[in-house]
Design a protein. Structure first.
Length: 277
């Protein structure tokens, strides 16, 4: 008996959570009670408790139903399935693959149709996947290292050698991007997003803005990006578009950020810049 006890102490504990433990983490991240989640899924709270503690192995269908209720991203749903002993459910295709051709063509038409106004396609981590020709002229003066692939929009905007020195409302825009990244990191639990958030908080002044910023009193309906440009000040508003009901990890994580002129002067300047390039 003493030998057996010594042996058990020497066996390292696993660092990979089982499916139920991952499910509990997602439930807690979404601030849902066991009873609330169980009722919405159509099971008993007792059954859910057994699943979370590993006393009961959930079916594939039940895991997917619970993940849907908790709005778990597709990438993390695959990880949840693997942890529970099932094969991943959602494919992750390259945007350049034949399977993604129709989606890529739709995105490229959207980008081209938005010119002479800038638009970019971003992945989950803010890396630029595609952009239209109107983006290039806005990047004058950015350090070439920040333009080496993969170009990350958070670094590009907030790094001291990036665009931040030309953004007139730098505090507002820093808060906008920083809080968006903070929200994504919290909602997804993605370690890479958390590392990126730590990085941008290390840039001069960013942490102070994110910790202390309060919404300004303004009559504007939308936040504008106010950018210095050789052609004159550009005032831009943005919209974010994503694929509806995507069943592929890659496509589900893509967003298209399209910038529109906030005034007539900006509209004319963007048109002039487009014709001169």
């Amino acid at each position: 008996m003493p030998i057996a006890r010594r042996y058990r102490r020497l066996v390292p504990e696993t660092t990979t959570p089982h499916g139920g433990a991952l499910l509990r983490q997602w439930r807690q991240r979404r601030r849902r009670s066991q009873l609330d989640l169980a009722l919405d899924t159509g099971i008993s709270a007792r059954h859910l408790s057994f699943v979370e503690t590993g006393r009961s192995r959930p079916s594939r269908g039940l895991l997917l139903a619970l993940a849907e209720q908790l709005e778990v991203p597709l990438r993390e749903r695959n990880a949840l399935m693997l942890a529970a002993g099932y094969a991943p459910v959602y494919a992750e295709t390259d945007l350049d693959s034949a399977e993604s051709q129709q989606a890529r063509e739709a995105i490229e038409r959207l980008l081209a149709g938005h010119e002479p106004y800038p638009a970019v396609v971003l992945d989950r981590w803010g890396d630029v996947v595609l952009s239209n020709r109107a983006v290039g002229p806005l990047l004058e003066g950015v350090d070439p290292e920040l333009l080496a692939p993969p170009v990350n929009t958070y670094r590009l905007s907030l790094h001291p050698k990036g665009m931040i020195s030309r953004i007139r409302n730098a505090e507002e825009w820093t808060a906008h991007l920083g809080h968006r990244l903070t929200r994504l990191a919290r909602l997804t639990g993605d370690a890479r997003l958390a590392e990126l958030l730590d990085e941008i908080r290390s840039y001069p002044g960013v942490a102070e803005v994110l910790d202390d910023y309060h919404e300004p009193t303004t009559n504007e309906l939308l936040l504008t990006l106010q950018l210095d440009h050789p052609a004159g000040e550009l005032r831009l508003i943005s919209t974010v578009t994503s694929f509806g009901s995507a069943h592929d990890v890659t496509l589900s994580e893509l967003t298209v950020e399209s910038f529109f002129p906030a005034d007539d002067a900006t509209r004319q300047r963007l048109q002039d810049v487009s014709t001169s390039n």
